[in-house]
Ligand binder design. Structure first.
Ligand SMILES: CC(C)(COP(=O)(O)OP(=O)(O)OC[C@H]1O[C@@H](n2cnc3c(N)ncnc32)[C@H](O)[C@@H]1OP(=O)(O)O)[C@@H](O)C(=O)NCCC(=O)NCCS
Length: 226
């Protein structure tokens, strides 16, 4: 792509991008199987109007990418959600730049909040690691029921007593965090392990979903706590 890509905080002049964004969220989620939550165009537009989103587009106005902020648990936690890059612009560092901008915006708007993300993808784990996020268990995230209720795999999540699901949780705690160099190094050292872990988790949970309507759990499922 020759055109310069602009990455900035979204505003009310960007609401016309909302449908394109939510359509891409839906088709990417379908392609991935484990997906990301589909938001309505109205929800996305509201985030833009509130200044709680980052948008990327070319100089001529072609949409390139998006991400938004959600606050949970009385603003004690902030999630940077809905990261999406248009397929034609992937693998050229756009997501990394969007995540950096939304991270900075989150720190400006909610300076004391813990910032977290849930992901099924290695690319996002890598980006988060470079910002200082570390992998955590779900128990370290917000206990705000509304957040968990929005999970696209809610049945699977609840069948695991909210301790496990397809996503890997990552957190940045402004009061107690590693330096980005340290978390990035940790990712470099352990990335193969993380990838294997995510693949194993995904395949076990998909098996569980398939068996959901069958009568009994297998011994193996009990053994694996699935
Ligand atoms: C995931 C997604 C946002 C990545 O966007 P992108 O602009 O291609 O990502 P970047 O180019 O900024 O890549 C960031 C890093 O991840 C790596 N990466 C990108 N895609 C990857 C993949 N599929 N597998 C492993 N690593 C990947 C890149 O090599 C880069 O690492 P580098 O700094 O060493 O070069 C994009 O593929 C997408 O929109 N997917 C569908 C929606 C989705 O999955 N969203 C995430 C929800 S949590």
């Amino acid at each position: 792509m020759d055109q310069q890509i602009l990455i900035r905080v979204a505003n009310s002049t960007d609401v016309h991008y909302s449908i394109t964004i939510t359509n891409e969220m839906e088709s990417s989620a379908q392609a991935r199987g484990t997906g990301i939550a589909k938001r309505s165009p109205e929800y996305v537009a509201k985030k833009m109007e509130e200044g709680k989103a980052v948008i990327a587009h070319t100089e001529d106005g072609t949409w390139v990418g998006f991400c938004y902020i959600e606050a949970w648990g009385h603003d004690q936690f902030v999630a940077n959600s809905g990261l999406i890059v248009a397929p034609a612009f992937r693998k050229s560092g756009v997501a990394k730049q969007i995540k950096k901008r939304i991270f900075d915006l989150s720190r400006e708007k909610y300076p004391t909040a813990k910032i977290f993300g849930l992901t099924t993808g290695l690319a996002v784990m890598k980006i988060n690691s470079e910002l200082g996020y570390e992998p955590v268990t779900y128990s370290e995230l917000t206990d705000d029921e509304q957040f968990w209720a929005a999970c696209v795999n809610y049945d699977t999540l609840m069948s695991k007593e909210r301790k496990n699901c397809f996503c890997t949780a990552m957190l940045y705690d402004p009061a107690d965090h590693y330096e980005p160099e340290e978390t990035a190094e940790d990712f470099k050292v352990h990335s193969q392990l993380y990838e294997r872990f995510m693949n194993v988790k995904k395949s076990r949970l998909l098996k569980l979903l398939k068996k959901k309507n069958s009568s009994q759990k297998s011994i193996l499922q009990y053994f694996l706590s699935l």
